[in-house]
Ligand binder design. Sequence first.
Ligand code: URA
Ligand code: CA
Length: 434
Amino acid sequence: MNIYDIIEKKKHSEVLTKDEINYFVEGYTNGTIPDYQMSALLMAICIQGLDIDETYNLTNAMLYSGDTIDLSEIKGVKVDKHSTGGVGDTTSLVLGPLVAACDLPFAKMSGRGLGHTGGTLDKLESIPGMNINLTMSDFINNTNKIKMAITGQTGDVTPADKKIYALRDTTATVDNVSLISSSIMSKKIAVDTDALILDVKVGSGAFMKNVEEAEKLSKMMVELGHKFGRRTVAVITNMDEPLGLAIGNSLEVIEAIDTLKGQGPKDLTELCLVLGAKLLVLGNKCENEEVARELLQEKITSGEALNKFKEFVRLQGGDASYIDDVNKFKLSSIKKEVYSEKEGYVKSINALGIGEASKDLGAGRETKDSILDLGSGIMLNKKIDDFVKKGDLLATIYTEKSEEIEDVTKMIIDSYDIGEKNKEAYKLIIKEIY
Ligand code: URA
Ligand code: CA
């Protein structure tokens, strides 16, 4: 077998065998296949595609390229959640405590933010003392004790994906449904939870710019999940505006706390209830989603969900007094208001633009080594379908970078599409794929 023939085959749209797929994944990971040949193959895959069996074999090859995480010591049906990357998406910090308060173990390995999307680990670090590098045994013990733990990736999970993803990023080969599915699902399957909910974002701030693409991706990932024996459901959700009002690390943690108190933004609250209800059904805690939703709502009203979050923060070494008094979070020292230059209804808010603006203020990473200002970010004051007058407050900026303010102000104003009222009401939950 040789890589030249494999590239040639895919160029002519032939189906690759399991052995061929294992051969190039192994060869590229251990360095015997060089970047230029792998790039050519990835481009052929982008153009000709992979069928479901090839995608399964690719996922499998990447999955077994490194360590897998055994969570069999966690009692109960362990659930996990993955988002394909939104802006202002604080869902995990609300969903985790919510389902854990319903006695469903939420064991999640999270990542850091890159580019215009934030990461759960960075957000958690805005709580002083928070340890997000748990040992495997603490990760398991904490989940058994309080039904919830969030940590960074331990061990060498899917090294093949790390290397291939880095190459895709620089060779315009990211946006292929099979490559994205196998990349995401190999990482998710490597951590052996029992059920997985996928939040597939569609819109300006997302990988998938339209519903058809998002649906293809969702179906592929759900099918892969099932083939690996994981209960998997995908929900396609709208990113025609950022989620909630807060974008930025400390700001989003405060928003999560508000939401757990029942005082959060409507869209974030709704998404957490929808995803949570599906997890409770997948985890055999509730008969159907209506019952599950009521239970989740009860956990908010009773304060149990908020208490669960505090318990989680405390157990991972964080200062839980920040949860009781959110004024303790140190926001950036420069606060600047952005006003509308137009009158009309908000039609959409470009999530990519807002995500980039927030990154420039210090809340996100330009490169892997960028240092974050956890107190920086953007608070939106207007959302889709709101009416604004000229001079109304659109958003508030928090930063230490005075030199960025002028550009960021313009980016925020440009992200707001203001005009005639939308004909159709904004639909947050677009489709559910089982
Ligand atoms: N996220 C991933 O982890 N992989 C992809 O290919 C795209 C998004
Ligand atoms: Ca938010």
